[in-house]
Every structure is written in structure tokens, then in C-alpha cells.
Design a protein around this ligand. Sequence first.
Ligand SMILES: NC(=O)c1ccc[n+]([C@@H]2O[C@H](COP(=O)([O-])OP(=O)(O)OC[C@H]3O[C@@H](n4cnc5c(N)ncnc54)[C@H](O)[C@@H]3O)[C@@H](O)[C@H]2O)c1
Ligand SMILES: [Zn+2]
Length: 361
Amino acid sequence: MQTITLDIPGQPQSYPVVVGTKLLGRVAALLPLDGYSRVFVVTDEVVGPLYYETLARGLMLPVSRIVFPPGEEAKNLENVSKIWTAMHRAGCDRKTLVIALGGGVIGDMAGFAAATYMRGVGYFQMPTTLLSQVDSGLGGKTHIDFDGVKNLVGSFYQPSAVVIDTDTLKTLPERDFVANFAEIIKHGLIQDVEYLKLVTSKRPREFSVAELTDIIAGSVRIKADVVMSDPNESGRRSLLNFGHTVGHAVEALSLETKTPLRHGEAISIGMVVEAEISVSKGLLSAEDAERVRRLLSAAGLPVTVPELNMADMFEKMASDKKNAHGVLRFTLLKALGEVVWYQEVENDTVRDAILRHREAK
Ligand SMILES: NC(=O)c1ccc[n+]([C@@H]2O[C@H](COP(=O)([O-])OP(=O)(O)OC[C@H]3O[C@@H](n4cnc5c(N)ncnc54)[C@H](O)[C@@H]3O)[C@@H](O)[C@H]2O)c1
Ligand SMILES: [Zn+2]
């Protein structure tokens, strides 16, 4: 078991991120729960049946739960309202601990409900997907989708603890597991070339649970370091956006086709294209860009841009919050393990990089 402490500037308290196996049933033994009167668990219909009983049995406090259908569609205000109502009717007071048991959808929504119920109660993230373990479960961004816009409404609200039980990864579908690995490879690419070597030394599913525990702890350290240096996303946190400007556009457009991509798959394609842009801007060598492509491909991730309308791609990229006065801004690679952010790039350069990595017909 490994514990990483997140000490976020401006926050009254630091909090632990515990990573290891067989943690779900031992929460009361791992973390101090004496200040809490009861627990309210938010989960979904896939994760709940797998892990709720084990978690609830080990808490030694009165527990109630709410269960939502799986998927992004559940991350809405109506369901936050259902959480508030269920908490109120279960007698939850200010000493209630909310536990988010599930992937990023449950974590984002339960975090927002915890941030707002009685002006904020304590909550734990217990992320059960690889993405939520290395990304969404850390950093305290809580939000819901609203009026057709992803993550439009929310707040920064840090959990009191994050418990990452790596045994939960065993039940993840293969495709999701590999897709999520793109974010882990991204952490290596932006921050740490030794870590990059480690996480690409085998195919994702070949790592043992013990090796995965080390890998996840490594990713947590990288994300924690970035979040601690820029808790409100005013600068350095942008380095996490590598691959995401092109990746988000590819992801969003693919969802309207017969072959929708997972977030991580789209980010893999985005990283290939943005490495190419980095070469065009004279920042990265062509050999290193090719290495990025090979490493992602060897992990089983897609590396070519599907047939999508170029004008639609630009429209999606232009709506990115990070752009300045109509010019696209990217986080680009300077070397493997090193990035620069807020790089303005002309549309032609972006277009050329996309065309270079188009799927062969
Ligand atoms: N807050 C942030 O900083 C942040 C960052 C990145 C992404 N996000 C958000 O995270 C969400 C995506 O998260 P996600 O990829 O975890 O998706 P998800 O929460 O939708 O989970 C994916 C699927 O896996 C299932 N699942 C979860 N754990 C499982 C397990 N252990 N075994 C079997 N099945 C399991 C879920 O039921 C769901 O069907 C998006 O809404 C995104 O906006 C937030
Ligand atoms: Zn991402």
C-alpha cells in the first residue's frame, strides 16, 4: 500500500491518496472516521453490485446509498437533486461523509453534491476506473453536464481522502482499461521519461496488480504535483491538456458516428497529432514524435485520425476554453517528458498535422 499526501495551497487541510489492494473493505481501519455521524454512498448499477457490500460492511457507521444508471447521461442536475433529497430523507447532517464509489461520472457528480449539501460536507473519492484513479478522482474538480454542455456547472471542492483499490480494475472491460492507459502514458510524456519507459515496458493488460499499483501511484504523484502547483487551473495545470485539444474534437465528433471512440482512444490520436504539431513548431524532433506514435500503438491504442469533417474539427477546437482571441492554443512537447503550454498555432499547421495522420482509406 502507498500513501501520497495532497497538500493544496489555500486549502485548510491536506489529504491522503491511498493506493493498494484489498482496501475497499478496510476503510475504517485505514482512515479516521470518528468525526463522521454516518455515510452516504453514491454509486452506479454496475459498480454497486460488485463493490458496495464490501465497502459498507467495513465502515462501522450507519450507511445508506443511492444508485444511478451507468454512463455520462446520469451526470445531471436532476440526479444531484435526487442525491440531496435522499440525503435529507436519510437524516444526513453536516457530519455526514459522502463516498463516491465508481468512475469519473459518479465522482464528479457525488463531489458536486457533497460540495453543495448544507454548504459542503466531507467526501471520499473511491475511484474504480483507471481514468478516475489517475485523473478525475484527484484535484477536486466537481461538476455536472448542463444545458447540453459537458461539465458546465460545478466547483473546486477537495475530498477528505481518495482510496484507490487496484483490485477493482480486474472487472473493467478490456477496451476501457486500454483506453484509460492513454492518460497514464500522457503523464510520462509530459513529466517523466523514466515513468514513460516503465508504463510502456509491457502491454497494459500484461502488468500484474502489484505493478499496476506502482504505476497508478506514479501517475497520482505526477497529477498531484501539477495540481498542488496550480490548484485553480491558472497556468501550469494546462500541461495536463497535452493531446486534449485535438483529442476532445475527435472524441466529440466520433460520438456522432457509428464508431464512437472512448475518451482515452481519442486522446491517443490527439497526442500523435499534437506531437506532430510540436515538430512543425520546431520544438520536438521528428524521431521523438515517431516514438510517441509507436509507444501508443504498441499499447493497443489508436493512432490515426478517423474520417471526420475538417471544418467541424476546427469548430470544436475553437470552442475550447483555453484559446485566446480566436487563435488555437496547445500544450506541446519539447522532449519526451517535457512540455510547454499556451502555444499559439496557426490553423494550417494543425490541418497539416491532422492530414499526415489520417486513417488510410
Ligand atoms: N473531474 C475531473 O477532473 C475529470 C477529469 C477527467 C474526466 N472527468 C470525467 O470523468 C468521466 C469519465 O469517467 P470514467 O471514464 O471513469 O467513466 P464512467 O464513470 O462512465 O465509467 C465507465 C463505465 O465503467 C463502469 N465501471 C466503473 N468501474 C468499474 C469496475 N471497476 N468494473 C467494471 N465496470 C466499472 C461504469 O459503470 C461505467 O459504465 C466523464 O464524465 C468526464 O467528464 C472528470
Ligand atoms: Zn483526459
